[in-house]
Each structure stands twice: as C-alpha cells, then as structure tokens.
Design a protein around this ligand. Structure first.
Ligand SMILES: [Zn+2]
Length: 318
C-alpha cells in the first residue's frame, strides 16, 4: 500500500512537471543603428538629446565637453507617462542624435519621432537581453513585454557606456579618443559602484530580501543583487491604477511575507503607497527609480541614485 502511495506521488509529480506551461520565447535585445559622421562645421559641437535624466547623465559622462547635450525630462518626471513639450520637439529636430533608454520605457517616443522626422535614435540599452516584465495582481499573465528598467543593475550601465562611446565616435570621429578616455574612466567608477552594492546588500538577511515597490522597476536589481520583487503597488506601470482587489491582494502579500517596508518613488504620487503602508503598519521609504533628483537633492547623478537607493533599501530591510 505504501509502495503504491509512493508511486502515485511520483506519477503526480511527473504529470505536474509535464503540465508546467512552457516559458515565453526569449525577448530580443535591441540593436544600435548604423551611424555616419555628422556634418560639423569648424568649432561646431555635436548636438545630442537624451530622454531621461539618467540616460542624460551617462551620455554627459561619456561625451564630456565635446557634446552639447539637452535632456528632455525634468528631474522627477515619470518616463512612462511623460508628454513632450513643443520645446522638446524643437530640441530633437535640431539635434544630430537622440539617446533613449529603449525597451519601451519612453511611451512618448513614437509620437515625438512622428513629429520630428529623420534623426538617428540610439537605444543605450542595445545588446542587453531584456528580462520579461513582471506583473503583479489579478491581471497577472506573461504578455511578452520587455522590462525596460535595466539601469538598476550597474553592469547594464557599463553596456550603455560602450554603446554611447560607439555612437559618439561614429558621429564625431574627431573626438573618438576623448570619448574612449571618458568611457574608460567612468566604467572604472561603475565597476567600483557594482562591487560596493554587492558589499552593502550582504547586510540584509536572506529572509528579508523581499521588495514591495511602487511599480515593478526593480527586476534587474533583484536578479543581480539577490532580492525578490514580491509585489508592487501599481502592478504594471504607474500609468495604470490598480483595482481595490489588487490593493487588497498586495496587502495580503505584505502580511504573508512579513515584508518590513513599502518603497514609494519620487516620480509618482505616493498616495497609494502611503495607504498600503498605513493599512499594513509597515514603513514607507521613497526611492529614486526612473529619474534623478533636482539640484540640491543629493541625487544628481546615476552613481548618486544607486548609492541613495541601496542605502535606503539596506536600512529598511536589514
Ligand atoms: Zn518604470
């Protein structure tokens, strides 16, 4: 009888393994466009435009003084829901190149380009194989979309640096040596930053390595630095309000896992995150996700952003 039970369990386990849904096909990485030298007059600098403050900071580090850079989004603007201004369209129309995060982060991009016409667009995330976007809540299903938040794994920004160096050197070969030197110096800073993050997160006990964020933007961070993104206040994007049932499920998840903090973000109203923190009696901590802070915030560069977020996460969860 006992033997039969064991066999039955084995059989059920096997059936279970077979019935597991096949994983969605792997998502494709974006590519870099072919670029030729921009027609620059004597003393004329390459004009670049970047979408987010984070992309802008990294382009500025590689381009240095050789590039005249305009950043479209102001600090604190949410890249998912941003609407370009007429001044943005003018800046893009007058530029030699537009640097974007890519992977669908910038919802306004297609509309912008329709209005502006022919300008080379460099997705700085080119070559990064995207992870699928996680969705939390009742509508949960894999729909094959890429998770665009690659910059929260510092190694991905090292790939950005190389993409930006390549693009700038192709557009402005006269300054290729300078771009290479800037890129090498910044890359060394990023290597040190990545090592620092690994050191800091080691303070968080394994059972506390659970993130409840405002929207699912910490997937790459979680994969690289050993966390799990267990739930989010906005299940998909801050552009889509969660239902009352989704909020109730989120609060249930927080209680079940004993998560000690909910993370809000500077780019989205904290109203819902505040409500969730209040209902569940856990701490509310604000992170920088899709944007740097303004002047005087202390989070004026990408390196600042990672240091700020890691300190906040470690302090809240350790
Ligand atoms: Zn996002």
């Amino acid at each position: 009888m006992r033997k039969l039970a064991v066999l039955l369990i084995l059989l059920l386990a096997l059936l279970g393994a077979c019935a597991r849904p096949t994983p969605p096909p792997e998502l494709e990485a974006e590519g870099l466009p072919a670029l030729s030298p921009a027609p620059l007059g004597a003393g004329e600098r390459l004009r670049g435009v970047a979408t987010t403050t984070i992309v802008g900071d990294v382009v500025a580090r590689v381009g240095g003084d050789a590039v005249q850079l305009t950043v479209l989004l102001p600090p604190g603007a949410d890249p998912h829901t941003y609407e370009p201004t007429p001044a943005d369209l003018t800046a893009v129309a007058g530029a030699h190149v537009l640097f974007v995060n890519g992977l669908g982060l910038e919802g306004f991009l297609e509309r912008t380009l329709r209005n502006v016409g022919d300008i080379p667009v460099v997705p700085v995330s080119a070559g990064i194989r995207p992870r699928p976007l996680e969705e939390h809540g009742e509508e949960s299903h894999a729909h094959g979309e890429a998770d665009p938040h690659v910059w929260l794994d510092v190694r991905n920004v090292m790939i950005w640096v190389e993409n930006i160096r390549q693009a700038l050197s192709a557009l402005d070969p006269a300054h290729a040596d300078r771009y290479a030197a800037n890129a090498a110096a910044y890359r060394a800073e990023l290597e040190a930053l990545d090592a620092w993050v690994l050191e800091q997160v080691a303070q968080v006990p394994p059972q506390n390595r659970k993130l409840v964020t405002n929207h699912p933007s910490f997937g790459y961070f979680a994969d690289r630095y050993g966390f799990e993104q267990v739930a989010a206040v906005y299940p998909i994007s801050p552009g889509a309000e969660p239902s009352a049932r989704e909020i109730a499920e989120l609060e249930e998840t927080i209680r079940r896992f004993g998560v000690p903090a909910v993370f809000a973000e500077t780019t989205v109203s904290p109203k819902l995150a505040e409500q969730v923190a209040r209902d569940t009696g856990v701490r509310l901590v604000t992170l920088y996700t899709g944007s740097l802070g303004g002047p005087g915030s202390g989070v004026e560069s990408y390196v600042d952003l990672i240091r700020y977020d890691v300190n906040a996460i470690v302090n809240a969860l350790k």
